[in-house]
Design a protein around this ligand. Sequence first.
Ligand SMILES: *[C@@H]1O[C@H](CO)[C@@H](O)[C@H](O)[C@H]1NC(C)=O
Length: 249
Amino acid sequence: MAKLVNLLLLVLLGVYSTVDGHFQWTEFHCLYSSEDLHDMEFIEKLIYNKLMDLQYNSTLGKFIGYTEQGVRHAERWNKDTADLASRKAQAETLCKYNTKLNQDLIFSETVEPQVKVHSVKHSDGSHPAMLMCSAYSFYPKLIKVTWMRNGQVIKGGVTSTEEMADGDWYYQVHSHLEYKPESGEEISCVVEHASFKKPMSFKWDPSMSEPDKSKIAIGASGLVLGLVLSAAGFIYYRKKCSGRILVPT
Ligand SMILES: *[C@@H]1O[C@H](CO)[C@@H](O)[C@H](O)[C@H]1NC(C)=O
């Protein structure tokens, strides 16, 4: 969530006017990088013929000129203490107020993770097996992934990645479980997230892991294709042979 607000820049309003081919543009920015908005900064930029003449900065509490006429204006306007005070108040009234409204909308949003449990490594007797539980495309970031064996939380052999940002507001996380398989056990991955009303359990089905399934499918298709081709070859061969017999020489 912190990353999300880092870059949030709210341009509240742009005002422009043209007079005799001259162009004036005013921009109002609300800048902040904290979730509680304590570092809110109000910036007003005055741009004339594409050049920024001066800008008001609420952190400094005054105007700064960047061009000759900008410096002149800044000097004059910085003497008007009442105006400066009202501009400084905009950081509260305009920026914080509107950003708070936006945040309430954004942060109340939740998106359910897509959870997959699959086998990474099969046990070969001496080495333990490894399962991976992946949660994809969830929001917000906060999530808890645990493993259960026959209804008991598994403490050892669990490693998890950090919650990784996908860059599109969604996150993903992966948890690995190293364990010694026992017959008749039931292993599941339990995910707790704001989008779920209660912790959700995703059972590991050892009878058919995904790679096995696709291997069997590829093998079966190969077998069917082979049978069809050899049958076709056999029929063709029989036809050719019988054709020869039919035509006497
Ligand atoms: C406003 O002034 C503060 C204090 O000098 C500075 O840190 C900040 O970068 C300025 N903001 C902008 C947008 O220039």
